[in-house]
Design a protein around this ligand. Structure first.
Ligand SMILES: Cc1cc2nc3c(=O)[nH]c(=O)nc-3n(C[C@H](O)[C@H](O)[C@H](O)COP(=O)(O)O)c2cc1C
Length: 196
């Protein structure tokens, strides 16, 4: 942090790996940010990659802030940092695809969270039938969407996607994220997935 008299310069804070948010120069904002990350990080989620196709090729980012929002109409919600490079591409395309990550895809979550990486260079992706967004192999499912609405979410945007197509592509355990660490679901012996 830089200090100038008692006025600290605004600075960036890494909320999740690769996800920079701008901190105000309010006194205590860095301590508040650390506390926010510590407390909210105790909420475990699955992980996804949100991808789209732009003029300069595909873009993708790891996203924890994803949820199923509505069945009728079918909607999902994605929380995207305003500073993400993927967002302007998704906005222009008006479409995106969500890949639900499997337990053995930590490497993909790390790759898709690395700013400046050539994320798709060694990936065998195919365009989705509904929107042409990159379908990433090896995940548990795909949700192919059109951008339905975008709402203010502070330093993030709440992107509502209308589901145009979806597919289950794997039945294995899911990748999890909790307190800054990766994990995986554990299916108890005798517990089967709910299928009907
Ligand atoms: C486990 C994990 C979860 C993340 N969740 C989100 C998220 O929900 N929203 C977000 O905007 N960035 C999230 N990120 C950060 C982005 O994946 C990262 O900043 C990415 O590089 C942004 O894409 P860009 O290269 O297009 O800017 C997460 C990163 C990790 C490692």
């Amino acid at each position: 942090m830089q200090e100038s008299g008692d006025q600290r310069e605004a600075d960036d804070f890494e909320l999740r790996p690769g996800e920079m948010v701008h901190l105000s120069h309010e006194p205590g904002s860095d301590a508040a940010a650390l506390r926010f990350r510590d407390v909210l990080g105790r909420f475990a989620t699955g992980l996804t990659v949100v991808s789209a196709t732009g003029e300069d090729g595909p873009v993708g980012m790891t996203v924890q802030g994803f949820l199923s929002l509505s069945l009728e109409p079918p909607l999902v919600l994605v929380s995207m940092a305003r500073t993400s490079r993927a967002w302007p591409v998704i906005e222009r395309a008006g479409t995106f695809c969500v890949t639900i990550l499997a337990a053995d895809q930590q490497w993909l979550a790390e790759l898709m969270a690395t700013r400046g990486a050539d994320k798709f260079r060694d990936l065998a992706w195919t365009p989705s039938p509904a929107t042409g967004s990159p379908l990433l192999p090896g995940g548990l499912g795909h949700v192919d969407c059109r951008v339905e609405a975008v709402h203010d979410g502070g330093d993030h945007l709440l992107v509502v996607g209308r589901v145009l197509d979806l597919s289950a592509t794997g039945d294995g355990e899911a990748l999890l994220y909790h307190r800054g660490r990766y994990g995986a679901t554990v299916t108890r012996p005798g517990d089967g997935p709910r299928t009907g």
